[in-house]
Design a protein around this ligand. Structure first.
Ligand code: UVW
Length: 320
């Protein structure tokens, strides 16, 4: 009897659509296939003012970087600087030139990042039916590399859920649905069109920088999109290629109905092949969109080309 109350992803997602095989048995970029040359031109056509925004957060900031609990924040260290020359540890180049070198140790999911489509799975199977054993050691299928090689360019649309709810930031665990997205879009006077890169602001990453860390991570529970079969069908019908948010996991941490943790990772990423872009800085872009009323733009991004990576850092560029 207990078993039927256990959170179960398989049961939650059965009967729901999958895009496996839609772009061939060897496909590794999923719904990004919707971003054809025509979609690139549709994105270019939404450039009206020449304003540029970069959406990556700072890496290894003194105030810390937002990360999923359990991961370590990025750590940058100098391995060469003026001090090495002053104390004789390094010799100037012939002619007198000196230099600085440094390195960063970080989780590939520890900053603004693209998840590989193989980043999550259940039932031993990841996107396109690849066996989960292809993740062992390094990802040999659906890694971040094919996403990085192709790049992501199209029309982006920003939906500001925090502003729609009249807040700086959504509350811990606060949820919203595709219907809320449509209502917010209508209020903003913009349409979420098929093949749009869907960018959603909750205010959560901005809040990280204003909140003591113990408070931010206490009983960690992010706001975000919440699972429903109708929401999955909506994403499928809209053929959304890429979901971009200013949260760490792109969805409410725990589905309040079923108790399943991060069900949309599997419903959207594993099953529909929608790429997830997380920990994105959206406050400045949202302020500007609210001021000039232009909520759509050219969205461009390419994560780093990490061979076998389950994700990779990115600094998307938006042009309005
Ligand atoms: C997890 O891997 C838990 O989440 P994310 O996709 O946010 O990195």
């Amino acid at each position: 009897k207990l078993r039927c109350y256990m959170p179960d992803l398989g049961r939650l997602l059965e009967q729901l659509p999958k895009n496996w095989g839609r772009w061939g048995k060897d496909d590794e970029v999923g719904s990004l296939n919707f971003l054809t040359a025509q979609e690139v031109l549709r994105g270019v056509a939404s450039v009206k003012q020449g304003k540029v925004f970069t959406l990556g957060i700072r890496i290894a900031a003194p105030e810390g970087d937002p990360i999923w609990p359990g991961r370590a924040t990025a750590h940058r260290v100098n391995v060469m600087d003026r001090a090495h020359f002053m104390c004789g540890k390094a010799e100037p180049l012939s002619g007198g030139g000196e230099w600085a070198d440094d390195m960063v140790v970080m989780y590939l999911q520890g900053s603004s990042q693209y998840d590989a489509l193989g980043h999550v799975w259940y039932d031993n199977t990841l996107y396109n039916g690849y066996p989960a054993t292809t993740t062992v050691g390094a990802m040999s299928k659906a890694s971040v590399l094919p996403i990085a090689e192709r790049g992501v360019v199209g029309r982006g649309v920003l939906i500001d859920m925090a502003r729609f709810r009249g807040k700086d930031c959504l509350d811990r665990g606060e949820t919203f649905t595709h219907e809320d997205l449509e209502a917010a879009a209508a209020q903003q006077g913009v349409e979420i069109m098929p093949h749009d890169v869907l960018v959603i602001r909750t205010g959560w990453i901005g809040k990280f920088y204003r909140t003591p860390k113990e408070e931010f991570y206490k009983d960690f529970l992010e706001p975000g999109l919440t699972y429903s079969p109708e929401l999955v069908h909506w994403f499928h019908k809209k053929e959304i290629p890429n979901l971009v948010t200013d949260t760490i996991a792109n969805e409410v941490t725990v589905d309040p109905e079923s108790g399943v943790v991060l069900p949309l990772h599997c419903a959207l990423m594993r099953n529909l092949g929608i790429t997830f872009t997380e920990i994105i800085a959206l406050d400045a872009l949202a302020e500007d969109c609210a001021a000039d009323g232009q909520w759509s733009f050219l969205y461009t991004a390419a994560p780093l080309k990490v061979v076998g990576g389950s994700g990779a850092p990115v600094n998307p560029v938006v042009i309005k």
